[in-house]
Design a protein around this ligand. Structure first.
Ligand code: ASP
Length: 582
């Protein structure tokens, strides 16, 4: 028996018991006649004491050789501590050691294994197994586990069953780039790793499984914008004989359950917003509704004077920043510079200070009088003391720019509180999205998403206006889940493929297996997937998913710990009939 108790377990009720502990040496304090050692495991930390007078001489000698991160086993008696430590659970006691076994020595770790470490991100990633010993990382992994258990229990109670689907498959429809795996046994052919189990979960519905879920790895070979991972985890779900309303209710239930069990929060019914409204009010299909600053469109009240910039714009739109009328010239210039950065791309920003005395002072006073500005204040909901920030230009661009500004200001004002949770459903997404580059329509969600029946007629005449039975669950400005009611009719699916510019042959080659299956009695079905890493991070009150992944990759898609990806030897390449062309 390596241990009778864990390092987080002993209390004053254990005093006088003989115990055996095992763990890592966190710290050694050698006072000559007395040595204190902190021993740590996953469960906590316990103080050991080696006393020249009371500890056997050979054991005392051995204790002198201990270094940080040595793995040890000790036997001793639990005694009361003279100076108690209220900060740790075992702080009332210590172990007077009688016997010590060094199970393993350790090289000096490259950074300190403490809550506040001196190790930089790169070093901690390279030695991630040491990083995992630290409380913040360890606790995040345990937190992730508890969220996963809550998900499994909840869905299982609702009658869902977890089914595993294969990883060596062929292209799925999410539209990102595939990771591919060469097949040795089928020369010149490749598997694609799933971007999601989309086609398989639909086939499970044809197979009659009715309610499926899976906590599953998905793979997308995308450029890694901040805080994305090439392999990530989804809670993937699909149900048969359901309508959109059923799905929203079930997964609102799951989310509410998680917020309650994990955060102790009771949240009322989630608001619902159409995609069109979300874009109009927040310039964004994943609005953070923890704070206001809703968009006010100003075309009507700003395009009647000689200000050409506004007159030429498709959209003039502003937000009221609370209590910011007192900003200095320098602070306002700072905001203007911020929106002009290439990442945001605005050409400039017009502002109006709503003075406490009810008057207005704007950067366009030359063109607009107090009455005009009062109308702007009304349209943006600005009160005395607020600052109205206004952008203008092409509708889509200007909405994205103002949305970025809204989020930036909210962050600066501390309005994005990590412990406040504001979920909502965004519904009625467009079915298709026009791609300027390829000059054709793409499926906004994926090609299996069904159009709203009332919009069927517009499929060929006004495809851009067709709305889909598609929905996203948004939490604190993040899309944490999304899905759709699927097409289960072979003919409608063919119509959809042709709209998306697939020839019948291409559609057949890529998704023929699904079309075939649909000929054998496909039930009406739909589903969604949650981004599990992000969900866990947000529930944990944090923004970075990397902190909740045991072995994450860096921004270049590398695992710096195992040093992957890596070259393979010629023999392996030959076996795969692959010649490199570098
Ligand atoms: N497969 C979709 C995705 O990964 C989700 C869904 O439609 O269920 O985005």
């Amino acid at each position: 028996m390596y241990r009778s108790h864990t390092c987080g377990e002993l209390r004053s009720s254990h005093i006088n018991q003989e115990v055996t502990l095992a763990g890592w040496v966190q710290k050694v304090r050698d006072k000559g006649f007395m040595i204190w050692v902190d021993v740590r495991d996953r469960y906590g930390i316990t103080q050991l004491i080696f006393d020249e007078e009371r500890t056997p001489a050979d054991v005392f000698e051995k204790a002198k050789s201990l270094g940080r991160e040595f793995v040890i086993q000790v036997k001793g008696d639990v005694i009361e501590r003279e100076s108690k430590n209220k900060n740790i659970a075992t702080g009332d006691i210590e172990i007077l050691v009688k016997d010590l076994t060094i199970l393993n020595s350790a090289k000096l770790p490259p950074f300190t294994i403490e809550d506040e470490t001196d190790g930089g991100e790169d070093l901690r990633m390279k030695y991630r197994y040491l990083d995992i010993r630290r409380n913040p990382v360890k606790n995040s992994l345990m937190f992730r586990h508890s969220v996963a258990m809550q998900v499994r229990n909840y869905l299982s109670e609702q009658g869902f069953i977890e089914v595993e689907t294969p990883y060596l498959i062929k292209s799925t429809p999410e539209g990102a780039r595939d990771f591919v795996v060469p097949s040795r046994m089928n020369e010149g052919q490749f598997y694609a790793l799933p971007q999601s189990p989309q086609t398989f979960k639909q086939l499970l519905m044809v197979g009659g499984m009715d309610k499926y879920f899976q906590i599953v790895k998905c793979f997308r070979d995308e450029d890694l914008r901040a805080d994305r991972q090439p392999e990530f985890t989804q809670i993937d779900c699909e149900l048969a004989f359901v309508e959109q309303e059923d799905i929203l209710n079930i997964f609102e239930g799951l989310t509410r359950h998680l917020l309650k069990e994990i955060r102790g929060l009771e949240i009322e019914k989630f608001p619902r917003m159409t995609y069109a409204d979300a874009m109009k009010k927040y310039g964004n299909d994943k609005p953070d509704i923890r704070f206001g600053m809703e968009f006010g469109e100003l075309n009507e009240v700003a395009q009647h004077k000689d200000f050409k910039v506004f007159n030429d714009a498709e959209l003039v739109v502003g937000i009221a920043v609370p209590e910011a009328a007192s900003y200095t010239r320098k602070e306002i210039d700072g905001l203007i510079d911020w929106v002009k950065r290439p990442q945001v791309g605005a050409l400039g920003m017009v502002y109006v200070k709503c003075n406490e005395d009810g008057s207005y002072k704007s950067s366009v006073d030359k063109f607009y009088d107090q009455e005009d500005l009062a109308k702007w204040a009304a349209a943006t909901g600005a009160k005395a003391g607020d600052l109205i920030c206004i952008l203008s230009g092409n509708t889509n661009k200007v909405r994205a720019q103002l949305s970025a500004l809204r989020m930036e200001i909210a962050t600066r004002l501390g309005l994005r509180k990590p412990n406040e949770f504001a979920p909502l459903w965004v519904v009625d997404f467009p079915l298709l999205e026009w791609d300027e580059e390829t000059e054709r329509y793409h499926a906004m969600h994926h090609p299996f998403t069904s159009p709203k029946p009332e919009d069927f007629a517009k499929l060929e005449t006004a495809p851009g206006d067709v709305r889909a039975n598609a929905y996203d669950l948004v939490l604190n400005g993040n899309e944490i889940g999304g899905g759709s009611i699927r097409i289960h009719d072979k003919d409608l699916q063919s119509r959809m493929f042709s709209l998306l510019g697939f020839t019948p042959e291409e559609a057949e080659a890529q998704f023929g297996f699904l079309m075939n299956a649909f000929q054998y009695g496909a039930p009406p079905h739909g589903g969604l997937a949650f981004g599990f890493d992000r969900l866990v991070a947000i529930l944990g009150g944090q923004e970075t998913i990397r902190d909740f992944i045991a072995f994450p990759k860096n921004n270049a898609g590398r695992d710096v710990m195992i040093d992957a990806p890596a070259a393979i030897d010629d023999e392996q390449l030959d076996e795969l009939h692959i010649k490199l062309n570098l």
